[in-house]
Structure formats: structure tokens, C-alpha cells
Design a binder for this molecule. Structure first.
Ligand code: GTP
Ligand code: MG
Length: 333
């Protein structure tokens, strides 16, 4: 019995290493020279598996290749891609057991999420301007530094800031609110300003590289969609935008799994004029972002500075709402 357990935990290790270091690149595919490789990358095809599951017509269209070439590339990808993604239920359970929960500082919000914000998950926080998305992001950044027995993750934070709304002063305030040295908090939160969507995507690669030496426990992208929305305008750009976003989300999810980290992304809403009932808003990025997120929180402002978070479409938790407030010390009930 003991022996079996040991060998299975080795298998789990192997799975993690596989995810971390892909052996083949698209340059290894038959008929792919530098020009074709660039076209594939431009269209968001970095991984062999992503190519292996395409149809020739789709790939030809998206990467602007001839259909015959696309077919040949797909056939090659099928041969060398690591399609065998099976792991045992036991290994999956072991991985689930490593999940840790991060407190937001608001017990009702934690409760809504089944005890806190989970690692190995992407949480999408969406809502209109001023609804508190950035405040949640900043608070989670501070709380991640807390020791485990105080609801923290005892790790480091990477913050991708696309709107220039990260405020170190606010971090210092919130750090004092939870009783940690503001300087200490700022030392363990690594911030990068993303200048456009391509830069934003590259920053995730950079986090992957840095995570070899740093215990990354929280990655924030605030906001996930603002650059994509500004750069890909019009109907014809929707498909490429969604594809790039999808690819970005997959990279983030991989980081979450490999690092046992939480990914928090924020998202704006846009008005939905055809909606007659309910809240006339929906998140940007549509199904791609919704589907790639493990948990989705919809925020709205309420009376007296209160904020309401609604859990939307969770896989294993009941939908519900939590009320919290933002004070100068940070999030509370
Ligand atoms: P956008 O990024 O514009 O879409 O909005 P957001 O959802 O990120 O809003 P954000 O999290 O920046 O919320 C801003 C709100 O948080 C402000 O309107 C305040 O109500 C509140 N807030 C921010 N800082 C403080 C503070 O120091 N003290 C208090 N009491 N409230 C604060
Ligand atoms: Mg914001």
C-alpha cells in the first residue's frame, strides 16, 4: 500500500514537469520554416497540442496558410504533441489537496467562495467602474503575504497593471490594516505596467521564468481585457481577439496549476441593449473569458458604500451573494 502511494506521487511529479517544460516547438513541425512559424505564432498557435486539435480549414483560415500546408502541419503536430494528458484520479485528488484558500478580509466574501479564494484557479472579478475590482486585487495582493494560519499564502505576488491604477500607498495602508510591515509587503509584490496586449501576454512568460526562483502564489491581471478591447476593434477583429485572449487565459491557468497559485483577473462590463430583464450588463471577452475562469464574481455598488459580489456559474458552489465594504484599512464585511 505504502509502495503504491509512493509510485503514484512520482507520477504526479512527472505530470507537473511535463507541463512546465514542453519539449517540442512549432519549428519542429514538417514544412514549418521561420515565416510559417511566425504566422502560426501571430495567430496564437504556440503549442503543438493547440495545432493538433484544429481542422485544416480552420487552421488555414486563422493562420493564413494554404489548406494543404495546414493539413500537413496538423498531421505533424498530432504525431509529436503530447496528447496523452491522462493522469490518475488519485493524482488529481492529490493535486486538489494542495489547494489553499486565501482570505479577502471579508468573511462573507470568503464564505461565498467556499472559504476563500482558491489556488489552482482563475477568478474573474467583473463589474462597472468603481465597483471595487482593483480594491479586491490590492487586498488579495497584501493578504497573500500573510502566513497560512492567518488566511494568507505566505508567498509572492505578481501584478500586471494595464490601467496604471496600482497604488503602492494603498498597499501600504492595507498592509497596516492586516498588521504587516508596509515595506515588507511592497518588497514581495512585483508590479509591471503592461503597455499593450502583446506586452501583457509576454509578461506572463516572464512570470513563468521568474517563478523558478520565486514562490509565486498570486498573479493579478488588472484589467484582463482593456488592451484587447482597445486594440481589436470591429467585427472582423473579434475572432483574432478572442483567440489571443483564449491563449492568454490558458497560459495563466497553466501558471495556476504548476505554481499552485491563484490567478485574479478583472474585467469591465458593457451594456447589453437587447437585455430586457435583469442586469443589462455583461462582461467583456464573452464566453472565452467566462469559460476559462474557474470562479466569476460580479460586483456592484450598493447603498452606503457597500458592495455586492455575486458568484456566477460556479462548478461546485451554489450561486449566491456577499456584501462587503471598502474602508481605508481595506476590505471588511
Ligand atoms: P475601474 O478600474 O475604474 O473599472 O473600477 P474598479 O472596479 O477597479 O474600482 P476600484 O476598485 O478602484 O474602486 C474604487 C472605489 O473604492 C472608490 O470609489 C472608493 O469607494 C473605494 N476606495 C478606494 N480607495 C479607498 C480608500 O482609501 N478608502 C475608502 N474608504 N474607500 C476607498
Ligand atoms: Mg480598477
Amino acid at each position: 500500500m505504502t509502495k503504491k502511494t509512493a509510485s503514484e506521487s512520482v507520477k504526479e511529479e512527472e505530470v507537473v514537469i511535463d507541463v512546465d517544460e514542453p519539449e517540442n516547438t512549432i519549428e519542429d513541425l514538417p514544412g514549418v520554416g521561420p515565416a510559417t512559424a511566425e504566422k502560426l505564432r501571430e495567430a496564437g498557435f504556440e503549442e503543438l497540442l493547440a495545432i493538433a486539435v484544429m481542422s485544416p480549414v480552420e487552421l488555414a483560415e486563422q493562420a493564413e496558410l494554404g489548406e494543404a500546408v495546414a493539413a500537413k502541419i496538423i498531421a505533424g503536430a498530432k504525431k509529436i504533441a503530447n496528447i496523452g494528458g491522462f493522469i490518475s484520479g488519485k493524482a488529481l485528488l492529490d493535486r486538489r489537496r494542495r489547494v489553499k484558500k486565501l482570505t479577502s478580509g471579508s468573511s462573507s466574501l470568503d464564505e461565498l467562495l467556499g472559504g476563500g479564494f482558491e489556488t489552482q484557479a482563475i477568478v474573474e472579478v467583473y463589474g462597472e467602474f468603481g465597483s471595487g475590482k482593483t480594491q479586491i486585487a490590492l487586498q488579495l495582493a497584501v493578504n497573500t503575504i500573510l502566513p497560512l494560519d492567518q488566511g494568507g499564502l505566505d508567498g509572492e505576488v505578481f501584478y500586471i497593471d494595464t490601467e496604471d491604477t496600482f497604488r503602492p500607498e494603498r498597499i501600504a495602508q492595507m498592509a497596516e490594516g492586516v498588521g504587516i510591515d508596509p515595506q515588507d509587503a511592497l518588497d514581495r509584490i512585483h508590479v509591471a505596467r503592461a503597455y499593450n496586449s502583446a506586452h501583457q501576454t509576454l509578461l506572463v512568460d516572464e512570470i513563468k521564468r521568474m517563478s523558478k526562483n520565486i514562490d509565486v502564489k498570486l498573479v493579478i491581471v488588472d484589467s484582463l481585457t482593456s488592451h484587447f478591447r482597445a486594440e481589436y476593434i470591429g467585427r472582423g477583429m473579434l475572432a483574432p481577439r478572442q483567440q489571443k485572449l483564449n491563449r492568454h487565459m490558458k497560459e495563466l491557468k497553466q501558471l495556476a496549476d504548476v505554481q499552485n497559485a491563484l490567478i485574479l483577473v478583472t474585467n469591465q462590463v458593457m451594456s447589453k441593449p437587447d437585455s430586457m430583464w435583469g442586469d443589462p450588463t455583461r462582461a467583456i471577452g464573452g464566453h472565452i473569458v467566462a469559460h476559462a475562469s474557474t470562479f466569476r464574481l460580479y460586483l456592484r455598488k450598493s447603498k452606503g458604500g457597500r458592495r455586492i459580489a455575486r458568484l456566477v456559474d460556479s462548478p461546485n458552489l451554489p450561486d449566491g451573494e456577499a456584501v462587503f465594504t471598502v474602508t481605508s484599512e481595506g476590505l471588511t464585511d
